[in-house]
Design a protein around this ligand. Structure first.
Ligand SMILES: O=C(O)CCC(=O)C(=O)O
Ligand SMILES: [Fe+2]
Length: 326
């Protein structure tokens, strides 16, 4: 990604809420935020959030149902003009592993919409298992290939190493960076596949790759896996261009071709306050441009959620039937 950046996604793409829909979501989120125990990770609160998500405006529910049925060529869903009172936002957090524990209106918005898409999950080894996490630049971590960094973040499937990686990643923008240029890259295998010759696809579909977990997961082995899985004409993708290693020379070449193809068809989403994007983590990779943090309380700030479609598949991996994967 050293050459030209992809063109930003037009502001007309996605569902833009009307003023009255925005107010409706705002009222619902305020009601949810006030529900005892006002703590996102408490089951009673999540239960209420799930129930209230049924009252979201019809157009949002229709859009989400359609996206769940078919994530489209880009694997991306964008909802715009969600309620957010910029003047009332606190300073952007600057502590490492920052999460949102208390039920604010913004956290209620992303929680409800994520729960309407599926089951919100987290990983005990990541950001202390909080369901709503903060994506913010952290002093001293500028060069890190994690969401705490502000250098260019390589294209990746979220938690690509993990057998139960998220089906979707939700990113809700509270603030963009000072220059309003920080962009989230999204690129889908549905678009990139046509650029890959048959021989390359075959290499990518073989278990000739391994993906390192981050240190916090301390999992012993890194099993071999294919990068393209499922239907050869419409595969799922599993790759992190920072953490996935080819196990032979041909695999290395194939991985280079895949990255080039992803860059060719990538979209750049310059998320604005009040915009929520879902990335389908089976068909799309994402990353981020570099930007300059100021650490003055006004830095870029996103809330993030992970969504699974089927809780039942991970029953044995979640303590006490909760939302956190062990
Ligand atoms: O900062 C972004 O736009 C995306 C960061 C990211 O990859 C993530 O939080 O999963
Ligand atoms: Fe990510």
């Amino acid at each position: 990604m050293t050459t030209a950046l992809p063109a930003p996604v037009a502001a007309t793409v996605g569902l833009t809420l009307t003023e009255s829909e925005r107010d409706e979501v705002g009222r619902l989120a305020a009601l949810l935020a006030a529900q005892p125990p006002q703590l996102i990770d408490e089951r009673a609160w999540t239960d209420t959030a799930r129930r209230l998500s049924n009252r979201l405006p019809l157009r949002i529910r229709e859009e989400i149902r359609q996206y769940r049925h078919d994530p489209g060529a880009g694997g991306l869903l964008i909802l715009r003009n969600l309620p957010l009172v910029a003047d009332e936002l606190p300073d952007t957090p600057t502590v490492p592993e920052s999460v949102e524990r208390t039920a604010t209106v913004a956290a209620s918005v992303i929680s409800m919409i994520s729960l309407s898409l599926g089951e919100v999950v987290a990983y005990r080894a990541e950001k202390s298992g909080a369901l709503v996490q903060n994506v913010v630049p952290i002093p001293g971590r500028e060069e890190s290939q994690s969401n705490a960094g502000s250098t260019l973040l390589e294209l990746h499937v979220e938690n690509a190493f993990h057998p139960h990686r998220p089906d979707y990643v939700g990113l809700f923008c509270l603030r963009n960076d000072h220059t309003n240029t920080a962009g989230t890259f999204v690129s889908s295998i549905r678009r990139a596949l046509a650029l890959l010759p048959e021989e390359v696809r075959e290499v990518l579909a073989a278990p000739r790759f391994a993906t390192e977990p981050p240190p916090s997961f301390r999992s012993g082995e890194t099993p071999r896996h294919p990068v393209l899985e499922g239907d050869p004409q419409d595969p799922n993708v599993r790759v992190d261009f920072h953490a996935t290693h080819p196990l032979d020379e041909e695999a290395e070449q194939a991985l280079h071709s895949l990255r080039a193809a992803f860059l060719d068809v990538a979209a750049m989403l310059v998320l604005q306050p009040g915009e929520l994007a879902f990335v389908d983590n089976r068909v799309a990779v994402h990353g981020r441009t570099s930007f300059r943090p100021h650490y003055d309380g006004q830095d870029r700030w996103l809330h993030r959620t992970f969504v699974h479609l089927d809780h039942r598949r991970t029953t044995a991996h979640r303590a006490g039937g909760g939302s956190v994967l062990l």
